[in-house]
Structure formats: structure tokens, C-alpha cells
Design a protein around this ligand. Structure first.
Ligand code: ATP
Ligand code: MG
Length: 449
């Protein structure tokens, strides 16, 4: 390929990539998506990759991007990407904007370990085209300082090659050596540095004589594709911790829906709206589809009226667990998730957790149990929930907060306090705790998010 041809091809590829790529003879820009493969065996492997492909499709759709996805050996290849969003801007110049949009979508999809924007070249069995193209791009990068940090000043490079097509006549070392030698000849001020080069030319030789050339690997979220571990129900308060807990468990492959307990109208409509907003942010990571809203005002009032105030929070938590458990049973959620962190507040001592846990039949996952508040806050900022979480609308528990909550409740004392809610005069009005729980369950509002 001549220099001029390469230039024309790149310009065409960039234009095509921003709308739709049709001509496969051009060095189109594609995205090579990598996933961690270590544990993938047999059927598990197909399930993992198929779920990841499905999640990428859904993630792109959510960001208004269309693309074709192809499963290749060890990679998912995303090509022909385009967006209807502000298409004028894309057509004119802004391939970068489209790449950023795509990068934003990919960064939320668990199961992707890293990805690269790569040029796809049809090379047959010859390395000349790929060598010329690498030189052309390197010159462009060195001149503009784009794509690789400080590339303008870069003076060292290396070529690395992955050869998925074992029928290709040269092995990886020969390919790297040959392309490297051509680069040295054309750009004599560059030197090879294999241990810490400033520029890396990555080549992947794949089936049907296709080569992919890229210069950068972008780290992604890692973890497992959501859905590969089943689905779970997260107890989502309006606070900082539970959105982070939901995110963490989604990273391990759970599709996570949400349940929230409120005391409307004792707690405000803004407090409810804040939780809906949080669920809408977190669902971008967890694939959540439902937010179950449960009104526990009557239960809170009964606890307030009949029980020792120091036990109010632990009693309310047991009610939440019981209701969440019933919802999990009914809709097939395999686990519950909470944002508890050991010792953070009175209701999160081992004793309090034991008292709450006692009513749960479904496993309760507590991914933040060993994290410090600061660590949790940092994640909340990164996933964009922090600003919403700190809005000052009161939660059902803060609305009924005891003056001095018990920090190390004994289970028998908790049960004794709880039994006050089963007393005969409450029963006679149909307002004993089980009747109230039944009523709360019957009146759940399932919001599609
Ligand atoms: P968060 O920041 O998540 O509100 P927190 O530090 O305020 O947590 P607690 O109020 O003790 O801690 O709540 C512990 C966990 O119990 C929460 O992370 C959440 O999973 C669950 N939880 C508490 N209140 C509610 C609620 N109103 N609705 C749903 N879940 C709740
Ligand atoms: Mg809270």
C-alpha cells in the first residue's frame, strides 16, 4: 500500500466509521473486545460469551449506538458502529465523539476486561500493507500528539503480535521483527525498547488474512457478565452504600433489581423520587428492570407505639428482610443484597446483623462488609451515585430514629420486643405485625425502571 492510498483509506475509514461501514476492503475502525478467559471451560464458555454479547447489544442500544458484533477466537469484534444521536456532528468530523460514546457504554458492561479501537486491514499473506499502515499511523500520531500520551516526544517503540490464524505463513516473532524493521527504516529517529516502550504497535493476525492494528489497550470493568450468576434483589435505601453494594454484586454476574421501603406520606415524595433516580443510575451497571416500592408506615408506627424505642431500627430491619425475602421467593431472586459495612453504625454490628439475618431464608450478600466509608464513597463517586445519595431527603429509618439505639442486641430480647406486635389487642384490630406485613406486600408498587 502506498502512503497516499493509506491516507485515503484512513480518511474513508474514519468517515465510514462515524456512520456505517460497508466496504470491508477499507481499514475500517473496529473495537476488539477482550474478556478474562482463565476459568472458561466447555458449556460455561459459550454461556458466558453469549451473555456478554447480549449485554453489549443491550448496553449499546441504551446509548443509541448500532453495531454488528462478531464472536472470534478470544475476542468479540464490534464493527460498523454508528449512532443516530446528533448524526451531523458525527458525519462532519467527530469520530472521537462517537468513540467516547462507545467507550462510555463499554465501561459499564461487566465481563469485558479491556478493549481497543483497531484498524482492520485485509492483508492476505503479505506484511507490506500492515507495515506501511503502521508507519503511516505512527507518523500521524507523532505529528499530532494524539492517541498515545506524549506521542509527540516518543522516541521508543515495540511491535507485539498475536497470531490467532495459525495457518498464516509467519509466526508472531517473525511478524513483529519484520514490521519493526520497516518502522525503523521509515522512522529512523525511533529506537526499539522491548521492556518499556513509549509507543506499542499491536498486531493481531486473524482468520481470512485479516490484520488488526492498534496502539492502545483500554482497561474495562472486568468481572462477569450480568445474568451469568442469576438475579438478585438489592435493598436500596436512599443512602450512599446500597447503590455501591448493588454495583459490586452486578460485577460478579448478578442481574440486580431493587426494593425500597418508605413511610410515605410521613417521608416525602422527594425521598421516593431520589431512590427512583438512584435505581435509574445503578441499573446502567446491574441490568435492573424493577424497583419495588413498599410502604411500611403502619409497621413503623406500630413499632413506635408498642416496642422499646432502642430496638426500633433492628425491628424495622427484620421487617424489611422478611418482606424482601417474600418478594425474592415470589419472583425468583436467588439472593438479597444490602449495603451493610461492619461497625459503621449501631445497626451494623455483628449482633445486629445476626438479629436481622435470622429472618432471611434467602442468602444475604453484603459486599461492603469489609470496606471503609471512604472506599465506598470513592466508588459511589466513580459510578455517579454519590451526588444523588447525599441529597438531604429523609429515609424511613431516620424518620423513626431511636434516641439511643441498642448496638449489641440479644436475639431473645429482640424477639421479646417483636412479640409485643403480636399481642391480642393488636390482633383483634387486624393490625398485628403479620397482618401489617401481608398488607404491605399486597400493596407493593412495582416500578419499571
Ligand atoms: P445506605 O447508605 O445504603 O443507606 P447506611 O449506611 O445508611 O446504608 P443503614 O441505614 O444501616 O446503613 O442500612 C443498611 C442497609 O440496609 C442499607 O445499605 C440497605 O441495603 C438496607 N436499607 C436500609 N434502609 C432501607 C430502606 N429504606 N429501603 C431499602 N433498604 C434499606
Ligand atoms: Mg441508610
Amino acid at each position: 500500500m502506498t502512503k497516499k492510498k493509506a491516507q485515503v483509506n484512513t480518511a474513508k475509514a474514519q468517515k465510514n466509521a462515524s456512520v456505517a461501514q460497508k466496504d470491508t476492503t477499507m481499514p475500517d475502525i473496529v473495537v476488539l473486545i477482550r474478556y478474562a478467559e482463565l476459568f472458561l471451560k466447555g458449556k460455561n464458555r459459550d454461556f458466558f460469551i453469549d451473555t456478554l454479547v447480549k449485554n453489549i447489544k443491550a448496553g449499546l442500544l441504551g446509548c443509541d449506538i448500532s453495531a454488528d458484533l462478531k464472536k472470534e477466537q478470544g475476542r468479540i469484534i464490534l464493527q460498523n458502529f454508528a449512532t443516530q444521536k446528533d448524526i451531523k456532528a458525527q458525519e462532519n468530523k467527530d469520530l472521537e465523539a462517537l468513540k467516547n460514546l462507545l467507550a462510555g457504554a463499554l465501561s459499564k458492561i461487566f465481563g469485558i476486561s479491556s478493549y481497543s479501537f483497531a484498524y482492520k486491514l485485509a492483508i492476505g499473506e503479505c506484511l507490506q500493507g500492515v507495515s506501511e499502515f503502521a508507519v503511516f499511523r505512527l507518523k500521524e500520531m507523532l505529528a499530532s500528539g494524539r492517541d498515545v500520551e506524549q506521542s509527540k516526544m516518543a522516541s521508543t517503540f515495540k511491535v507485539t503480535t498475536t497470531r490467532a490464524d495459525k495457518k498464516f505463513p509467519h509466526n508472531s516473532d517473525v511478524i513483529s521483527g519484520s514490521v519493526g524493521a520497516y518502522i525503523l527504516k521509515e522512522l529512523p529517529h525511533l529506537k526499539v525498547n522491548l521492556s518499556s516502550p513509549e509507543l506499542v504497535v499491536h498486531l493481531e493476525i486473524r482468520e481470512r488474512g485479516l490484520a488488526y492494528v492498534y496502539f492502545k489497550k483500554i482497561e474495562a470493568g472486568g468481572g462477569l457478565p450480568i445474568g451469568t450468576s442469576g438475579k438478585a434483589l438489592s435493598l436500596l435505601s436512599g443512602g450512599i452504600d446500597s447503590p455501591v453494594a448493588s454495583y459490586k454484586m452486578a460485577k460478579r454476574g448478578l442481574q440486580v433489581d431493587f426494593i425500597h421501603f418508605h413511610s410515605y406520606p410521613h417521608t416525602s415524595k422527594q425521598a421516593k423520587d431520589k431512590v427512583i433516580d438512584l435505581a435509574n443510575i445503578v441499573k446502567g451497571y446491574t441490568g435492573g428492570r424493577y424497583l419495588y416500592m413498599v410502604n411500611i408506615l403502619d409497621i413503623q408506627k406500630a413499632i413506635d407505639a408498642h416496642c422499646n424505642n432502642a430496638y426500633a431500627v433492628v425491628l424495622a430491619r427484620r421487617v424489611m428482610m422478611q418482606i424482601a425475602n417474600a418478594v425474592a421467593d415470589k419472583f425468583g431472586y436467588l439472593a438479597l443484597i444490602t449495603g451493610e459495612s461492619l461497625g459503621q453504625v449501631a445497626s451494623q454490628t455483628v449482633e445486629s446483623i445476626a438479629a436481622t439475618n435470622e429472618v432471611a431464608k434467602t442468602p444475604v450478600l453484603r459486599p461492603l462488609i469489609a470496606l471503609d466509608k471512604l472506599e465506598i464513597i470513592n466508588i459511589a463517586k466513580r459510578i455517579n451515585t454519590y451526588a444523588t445519595s447525599i441529597l438531604p431527603y429523609e429515609d424511613t429509618c431516620t424518620a423513626f430514629v431511636p434516641r439511643s439505639p441498642i448496638t449489641k442486641p440479644k436475639l431473645e430480647k429482640v424477639l421479646k420486643e417483636e412479640s409485643k406486635l403480636n399481642c391480642t389487642n393488636l390482633k383483634s384490630t387486624g393490625q398485628d405485625i403479620q397482618a401489617l406485613i401481608k398488607k404491605a406486600l399486597e400493596n407493593i408498587e412495582a416500578i419499571k425502571i
